[in-house]
Design a protein around this ligand. Structure first.
Ligand code: BMA
Length: 319
């Protein structure tokens, strides 16, 4: 394992017992800086308990922080999207573009899983700008436009056309208005990730560095011979965090990539929980002093933070 990344001593930095409303699993959050504060939007699966995979529902909560480590959750959950067609929105990501906060989330519907994009200015009202065709999720937006275009990374999941179960890849699209998406390009095939034998997908929205867009993604390895700790039987997947650099002008081109995972599950809070051995990056912040904060969900149960210097992360992608 590399030594440039340090887990925050305060990990896990957000847990269900800190939430002032029904909460069981707090994880897979998006984090950004907005109007002088750190903002986290997090997934909350509520109404379940250890030993069951059944939950009463899922909502998205908001927490604010002055240092990115100690978080104050809002008194009420924010988004709980339920209609006859839509079952829930979850795994939120957040990017500030031109002074507005854009959210990406996965949307379970009666007709498949869709990638949703919404915009908010106050973490109260939110307006949906687009919903992809199914199945697609793990969308993240780049924090600025290039040549006037919004840009996203995404992970469609082709069951029939790909030739192997769950060999899902990481893709790019752009848009003039955040509603109509096109110029779809393959960024990284799951077979290009040497330590994973299953799906990959975006994780944290990219940050801009002199060497390219730096982005953390998730990569999954499945081993059916090993039962992993979980609240339900038949859990065999290990989720690790990978790191790559994308071209600043043509972000579908990978210009650097770690050959081993940036982070694998090793601590108790990463190995044990609703689904043990799961790390899912969702937020990355580049501080003025060069520190990069990487936020990740652990064991589908808690939210965590690890830090590194941006130059060290770039060097790892160039080895
Ligand atoms: C994926 C998503 C994520 C979750 C992961 C591991 O399919 O549901 O939200 O973290 O599985 O359970």
């Amino acid at each position: 394992m590399n030594t440039v990344l340090t887990r925050c001593p305060a990990n896990p930095i957000l847990t269900a017992d800190r939430i002032p409303y029904p909460a069981t699993l707090i994880f897979n959050a998006g984090v950004t800086k907005f109007q002088g504060k750190y903002v986290m939007v997090f997934r909350n699966d509520y109404g379940g308990k250890p030993g069951t995979a059944n939950f009463a529902g899922t909502n998205i909560g908001v927490a604010f922080s002055d240092d990115g480590i100690r978080w104050a959750p809002q008194p009420k959950p924010w988004i709980e999207w339920k209609t006859d067609e839509i079952r829930r929105a979850y795994d939120p990501r957040i990017s500030v573009i031109d002074g507005r906060c854009y959210l990406c989330f996965a949307v379970d519907t009666a007709h498949g899983i869709r990638g949703g994009i919404a915009v908010t200015d106050d973490f109260d009202k939110w307006e949906v700008l687009s919903l992809s065709a199914p199945d697609n999720r793990n969308m993240v937006l780049f924090p600025e436009r290039v040549n006037g275009k919004f840009m996203r990374l995404e992970r469609p999941f082709p069951i029939y056309g790909r030739g192997a179960p769950e060999a899902f890849d990481l893709w790019f699209s752009d848009s003039p208005d955040c509603a109509y998406w096109g110029n779809t390009q393959l960024v990284l095939g799951s077979e290009q990730v040497p330590w994973a034998n299953c799906k990959i997908g975006p994780g944290a929205p990219p940050i801009k560095t002199r060497a390219g867009w730096l982005t953390a993604y998730h990569a999954v390895n499945v081993d059916k011979t090993k039962e992993l700790p979980a609240w339900h039987p038949n859990w065999h997947k290990t989720y690790t965090i990978g790191l790559m650099l994308l071209d600043l002008e043509q972000p579908w081109k990978v210009v650097g990539m770690m050959r081993e995972p940036l982070l694998t599950p090793t601590t108790d809070y990463e190995l044990n929980g609703f689904r043990g051995h799961v790390l899912f990056p969702g937020g990355m912040i580049l501080e003025p002093n060069g520190e990069v904060k990487i936020y990740y969900g652990a064991a589908d149960t808690v939210e965590c933070l690890a830090t590194a210097h941006v130059d060290d992360l770039i060097a790892l992608c160039r080895q």
